[in-house]
Design a protein around this ligand. Sequence first.
Ligand SMILES: [Zn+2]
Ligand SMILES: [Zn+2]
Length: 130
Amino acid sequence: MSSGEISGGCACGAIRYAAAGPVKFALRCACRDCQHDSGAGHGIHVGVPRDGFAVTGSPTIYTRMGDSGAAVHKAFCPTCGCPLYGLADRAPSTVLLVAGSLDDPARITPRKVIWRQSAQPWDLLPEDIP
Ligand SMILES: [Zn+2]
Ligand SMILES: [Zn+2]
């Protein structure tokens, strides 16, 4: 997938991030947590190495227990509310960027759907990817 630096931030500009890349994966997750986070039927996670990931500004971090039993930390902007990225204790070498917060969301291609069983009937997920 995409190589090179990948950058993004929130809508109000208070928080910016940059990752050295490369993008490891991009997937759609239809779990209930992602429905809450996105306000829609699913979230889109973009996995990048934590090595080389840098944040400017002060996101608010919300921590909850993931389905694996390990903590998941979600970062969002306290001013404009945009979700930005997540860190999972279970996968400490990866940062999960929120696709909508990327400067160039068109550069990623989600190639997998997870938690399809939690999807809402009104949320159309592609059937042609696993
Ligand atoms: Zn903001
Ligand atoms: Zn999810």
